[in-house]
Design a protein around this ligand. Structure first.
Ligand SMILES: [Zn+2]
Length: 369
């Protein structure tokens, strides 16, 4: 850590406290963060000069000098949250650092076949969004959720369900197109990040999130850190052989890939209207038990505090869970204090946007924008 890092870290400590609880005095902040009063005072003056904080003077002047209370102007700063996690549509939302969505638009990208067309569409959507909110709003950065991984070192997109992104240096291309910093991560990673960092909420250092969508992905926060691995591919579970060994995978050519069971294409047969109720129930049992096996394996690997299951492809989660639960009980190492809460996330898009915004917030340098 050099001096600048320490300074940014201290600034973030101050802002994190004010983000959870607005209107605190410098003394309050010093007490909560453990930073000295003079550090809090110097840094908050810098933040006030940069327009990040405002000081509200007390209205009561009869008792002499009362300390002003500081407020973080969270509604002034926003993240551009671009979600490309489904192959047929894109969502662009604006989220303030106060976690308020001030704009959202969904754009059909069916049949889009080139990266240039996609970049142009995103630029257009960004311009529309910018024109529809007050002019004083500051766009800190754009963040994108992709159904694939960004390779460390090269920055290229790999293993992506959205074919036109495959092998592209998408972050660099998008920064060029939008003229603001851009961040990019896997959709399931962003879901896990979102659930682990709720401002003012309980601290969660170990989270697993299964995202069932066009593909099957997981995100894991382990001991406080979002897991990416040495090359940016981790954690990858789509092609683990936990599926039906008779079924050949349409993507990798092996057999028994779990993604073929738990994804849009895995749940598609459940929507077949010609199924008898018994056939449909048998399919539910199969998918539920597979989900149970996968969940149990991940609980054993990661020992999370909370386990989330979400994604657009998920059908009748309670119904699936009736079959998944006995399998989890049987296969996971569960003594009652170590049994994680399992939660079905009904609002996957909101979770992803919040994850993108947290990602941007954590990389934000408040004194230099
Ligand atoms: Zn496969």
């Amino acid at each position: 850590l050099d001096v600048t890092d320490i300074k940014i870290q201290n600034i973030k400590s101050i802002l994190n406290v004010l983000r959870a609880d607005s209107l605190l005095t410098k003394r309050d902040i010093s007490a909560i963060t453990g930073l000295s009063f003079s550090t809090v005072s110097n840094l908050s003056n810098e933040l006030r000069n940069a327009g990040v904080l405002v000081e509200e003077k007390s209205g009561d002047f009869s008792v002499g000098r009362t300390p002003g209370k500081l407020m973080f102007r969270t509604e002034l700063y926003c993240s551009v949250c671009i979600s490309l996690h489904t192959v047929d549509r894109m969502s662009l939302a604006l989220l303030t650092f106060g976690n308020r969505q001030i704009y959202q638009n969904t754009i059909d990208i069916t049949g889009m076949d080139s990266i240039d067309a996609l970049l142009t569409e995103i630029r257009k959507a960004f311009e529309e969004a910018r024109a529809s909110v007050p002019a004083e709003i500051r766009f800190v950065a754009a963040g994108v959720s992709v159904p694939g991984s960004m390779e460390k070192g090269t920055g290229l997109i790999r293993n992506c369900s959205l074919a036109l992104l495959e092998g592209q240096p998408f972050k660099a291309l998008l920064e060029q197109k939008l003229g603001i910093p851009c961040y990019l991560d896997n959709d399931a990673n962003l879901c896990a990040l979102s659930k682990s960092s709720m401002p003012g909420g309980e601290e969660r250092n170990n989270i697993v999130y299964i995202n069932i969508c066009s593909g099957l992905g997981i995100g894991a926060v382990c001991e406080g850190h979002l897991l990416h691995g040495a090359h940016g591919y981790a954690p990858e579970i789509a092609h683990l052989p936990l599926g039906d060994p008779q079924v050949a995978c349409s993507l990798c050519g092996s057999t028994g890939c779990i993604e073929d069971m738990l994804s849009y294409r895995g749940f598609a047969p459940l929507k077949d209207a010609s199924l008898s109720p018994e056939e449909r129930e048998a399919l539910f049992r199969d998918r539920g038990e597979r989900l149970g096996e996968l969940t149990a394996a991940l609980i054993n690997l990661f020992d999370p505090e909370v386990f989330y299951i979400g994604g657009d492809a998920l059908i009748e989660p309670e119904h699936l869970f009736r079959y998944a639960e006995p399998v989890i009980r049987r296969r996971a190492y569960l003594s009652s204090p170590s049994c994680p809460r399992i939660i079905f996330d009904q609002n996957n898009s909101t979770t992803i946007n919040r994850g993108i915004s947290e990602f941007i917030y954590s990389n934000w340098d408040p004194l230099h924008m």
